[in-house]
Design a protein around this ligand. Structure first.
Ligand code: BGC
Length: 747
């Protein structure tokens, strides 16, 4: 009998593999028919993992590994041949919403929930979390990603990985790296400085790799400074493995990169989803001595080490019955803890005892958009709309409006509600119905009959394309006119208007927000969205989410707008990140551009006081502790997100005005209750990346610690000095741009 995986050392298994087997092992098993032979005495798996599989080699005891999307919940095919059952998964809130909780424990719980479903459906590796940065408001996949800030992204992703992997399945950090747009996504060349790469685009991945040890990392489609990430040894070996200690395997994004041999050499261990031309090319390169077989062995060995940990290898008796009830509860809780109250004039929310009859406007008050389109979608059983949620909470919704809207909505449905589709549904905004037209006279009538109005604005998009300005970033003419008529009519009756944003990315708000009394940002809240919204609207839960991404006043204010999505126009080949490290609030703050709603912003039904900010020492040695007290100074229980920023001296390098270096969310504080918080800032928190010396350097001088309720609402400040500069860490000179980038400068 040949050596067996698990019984014999991997080196022995490798010796027994033929070259043909080896070249198949490093390319996915695209043809699903080959996968059932993986049974090896194990239960025959019937699932279609929407993602892919690795090749099984029965004679060597190597089973197929099952990889499935994605970042907002497990995506498997809900239907199977000759099977009357439907296999649903839970649509959790999208990453942008989870990040708005600023609660790493919550992100971990959501990860657990997703991991549990993967395990119980027979999947080995969940293809998430995704943590590319929100570089530009028009990014088509931004809903899959957390934030514009690398610390928030990295901490959230680390927590998600820990949650997923606590279930005994693997996570996959994607898309590594600097994959911040969908335009020309398969070949766009991202030209970016070493400093911006290290501080902004790699930082989140670094945090998640170091803190959570993901089983896998997915390289991205784009090039960085001229080289495909999947073909970049500097990225995958030097940075990811040597510098950060990653010990899992790297897989390509689906059909990513160009040259299978270069990918092998770069340490992109597995090419997905697998094509015969790739395995043939690898086979032939080894035969012609263009590729060392020892390199392929190394790639395989990394895959097999992970394979040994998988539920499939361990023959885990998966039930096909994950606890969807518990996960629905979790999805509701997660959404309610994360939504952001953007505006609340005259305490419009929570609704008063007398606010009973609600007139709901906007198509998507009646149909929730749980998440975005593409591989990040989930085949969930249901989505609770705003109106259903409000009804569940005991409110009376205007029946006439409900009938009209529901009849209108049966005429079309957004693509991401195509639950049965096995194929990645690409977004086509045109397929989504425009706002239903309503006579002004009817709106006037409703303003007399109802106690208040709610209006939902919806945006859905996803993988395969970026967004447009007209009718997407900006409101449509119909939406504007609906807002205006409803607002005028209800305000004339002394009644309030609440706007709900069920959107996957940032939209323009400054020109119309005056028409609303309250604005509640739900992002894409997962299948329990309507119930979570009702929890907040009714006051059962006090809003505690804050923005992890800036809402600019206008698109042109965004630093990336000057060169997104690259040149030449039409089908860009290259995008230059001229804004450098000035992404998101780092830009708005430093260049004094006023946003509509700043990073870190969000309202509550209560108020909080910050006091007793103290530093462990006025002089920095290896670290400095930051302590403070937060008190609920209002009348209802609530949670506060506390943010710690540092303003660093700009001696050798210019610095953003301030940068987030820590954050925490309090427990639920009763009125009058105080919680002490402690943060530790180490030398890394002080350092910036100096491309000249390829080192993280903390400049000597005065550091200000700014603790606040948002990036612009700083409550307390203290300072310490660093007497002498420190070279915190020396790293490798890699991924350098070959052209001069004219980066933004404050000077
Ligand atoms: C996406 C990945 C996804 C993969 C498998 C690709 O198109 O970019 O995020 O995991 O497909 O579905």
């Amino acid at each position: 009998m040949p050596p067996q995986l698990g019984r014999d050392p991997i080196a022995e298994v490798l010796k027994a593999m033929t070259l043909e087997e080896k070249s198949l092992m490093v390319t996915g098993a695209k043809r699903r028919e080959v996968v059932p032979v993986a049974t090896l005495g194990r239960k025959q798996k019937n699932i279609t993992a929407v993602g892919g599989y690795t090749y099984p080699f029965v004679r060597l005891g190597i089973p197929a590994i099952y990889l499935s999307d994605g970042p907002a919940g497990l995506r498997i095919a809900p239907r199977r041949e000759n099977d009357p059952n439907t296999y649903y998964c839970t649509a959790f809130p999208v990453a942008t919403l989870v990040a708005s909780s600023w609660d790493v424990q919550l992100a971990e719980q959501v990860g657990r929930g997703m991991g549990h479903e993967a395990l119980e459906y027979g999947v080995d590796i969940l293809l998430g979390p995704a943590l590319n940065l929100h570089r530009d408001p028009l990014g088509g996949r931004s809903f899959e990603y957390y934030s514009e800030d690398p610390l928030v992204s990295g901490k959230m992703a680390a927590a998600a990985v820990q949650g997923i992997q606590s279930q005994g399945v693997g996570a996959c950090l994607k898309h590594f790296a600097a994959n911040n747009q969908e335009t020309s996504r398969r070949f766009i060349n991202t030209v970016v400085s070493e400093r911006a790469l290290r501080e902004i685009y790699l930082k989140g991945f670094e945090i998640a790799v170091r803190e959570a040890k993901p089983w896998t990392v997915m390289s991205s489609y784009n090039k960085i400074n001229g080289v495909y990430t999947s073909e970049s040894k500097e990225l995958l070996e030097t940075i990811l493995r040597e510098e950060w200690g990653f010990d899992g395997f790297v897989l390509s994004d689906w059909y990513g990169g160009e040259d299978a041999v270069k990918q092998m050499k770069a340490g992109n261990d597995l090419l997905m989803p697998g094509l015969a031309v790739w395995s043939n090319k690898i086979d032939s390169a080894v035969r012609h001595r263009n590729l060392e077989v020892s390199l392929v062995d190394q790639n395989i060995s990394r895959i097999l080490q992970v394979a040994l940990k998988t539920p499939t290898f361990k023959n885990y008796p998966y039930s096909e019955k994950p606890n969807l009830v518990a996960n629905a509860r979790l999805a509701r809780e997660a959404a309610a803890q994360s939504m952001v109250l953007l505006k609340n004039d005259s305490k419009a929310l929570p609704l008063a005892e007398t606010d009973k009859k609600i007139a709901a406007f906007g198509n998507y008050s009646y149909k929730l958009i749980v998440g975005g389109t593409g591989s990040g979608m989930v085949n969930n059983k249901y989505g609770v709309s705003l109106v259903q949620g409000l009804e569940n909470a005991g409110y009376q919704l205007d029946k006439g409006l409900k009938e009209r809207y529901q009849a209108y909505l049966t005429r079309g449905r957004p693509q991401n509600l195509k639950a049965d589709s096995l194929i990645t549904a690409l977004p086509k905004l045109d397929s989504i119905l425009g706002e239903m037209a309503i006579d002004e006279s009817l709106i006037h009538l409703k303003a007399k009959e109802a106690d208040l109005a709610v209006i939902t604005i919806m945006r859905v998009f996803g993988e395969g394309g970026d967004r447009k300005l007209a009718n997407d970033y900006y409101l449509t003419a119909e939406e504007r006119s609906l807002l205006k008529t409803v607002s005028d009519s209800f305000h004339a009756q002394g009644k309030k208007v609440v706007v709900i944003l069920n959107i996957g990315g940032v939209i323009e708000v400054a020109s119309w927000r005056g028409m609303a009394d309250a604005i509640l940002l739900a992002w894409q809240p997962g299948q329990e969205g309507g119930n979570a919204l009702a929890d907040l609207i009714s006051g059962k839960v006090n809003p505690s989410g804050k923005l992890a991404t800036t809402f600019p006043k206008d698109y042109q204010d965004s630093p990336s707008s000057k060169n997104f999505p690259g040149t030449p126009a039409g089908e860009p080949k290259q995008v230059v990140y001229e804004e450098g490290v000035y992404v998101g609030y780092r830009y708005f703050d430093s260049f004094k551009v006023d946003p509509a709603y700043e990073f870190g912003y969000g309202l509550s039904y209560t108020t909080f006081g910050y006091k007793n900010l103290k530093l462990g020492s006025g002089t920095f040695k290896d670290k400095v502790t930051v302590t403070l007290e937060v008190t609920n100074t209002g009348n209802v229980a609530g949670r506060e997100v506390v943010q710690v920023y540092i303003s660093a001296p700009a001696k050798t390098m210019e610095k953003p005005l301030k940068e987030l270096k820590g954050f925490a969310k309090t427990r639920l504080l009763q009125p009058g209750e105080t919680q002490s918080l402690v943060f530790t800032l180490d030398a890394h928190a002080l350092a910036s990346f100096d491309a000249n010396t390829s080192a993280w350097v903390a400049d000597a001088g005065l550091y200000q610690v700014k603790v606040g309720a948002s990036s612009q609402n700083i409550k307390q400040t203290a300072s310490f000095t660093l007497p002498k500069s420190i070279i915190v860490q020396k790293v490798n000179k890699v991924l350098s741009p070959h052209v001069r980038i004219k980066e933004f400068s404050k000077n």
